[in-house]
Design a protein. Structure first.
Length: 123
């Protein structure tokens, strides 16, 4: 349990996900028209913005479970692309990342993000 008196400005608090049981109760109340979105948010002690986003996601996907967070952070630069990047940087060290990105696309036919190039070069 978090003691909010000890929390300082700028501290990061990790929020727990709402339980599927609570989400099911919210959805059931909304489907039975037991109140406005604002009233339901107050009744179930969730923010109005969360409730609206939850209902929008439910209408679009017909699922109540939250989507997975994060993603695959492995580099798309593998083998040939990584070797090409090393050659480009060694031979033409004054190139901008955007120029390197375009050259990899021309040579390998593969799009690589600027951030991926930056992470690879920082390793």
């Amino acid at each position: 349990m978090v003691n909010f008196k000890e929390v300082k400005k700028g501290d990061y608090l990790e929020m727990a996900a709402y339980s599927l049981d609570l989400l099911q109760k919210i959805l059931s109340a909304w489907q039975n028209k037991e109140g406005t979105q604002r009233e339901l948010a107050k009744r179930f002690k969730v923010s109005l913005s969360f409730l609206r986003e939850f209902l929008r996601r439910y209408r679009e996907t017909n699922e109540i479970a939250a989507r997975a967070q994060g993603g695959d952070r492995r580099s798309k630069l593998k083998g040939k692309e990584e070797e090409l990047l090393k050659i480009i940087v060694t031979e033409k060290s004054d190139r901008y990342l955007r120029q390197i990105q375009e050259e990899i696309k021309e040579c390998q036919g593969r799009e690589v993000s600027i951030s991926s190039l930056s992470r690879t070069l920082n390793r």
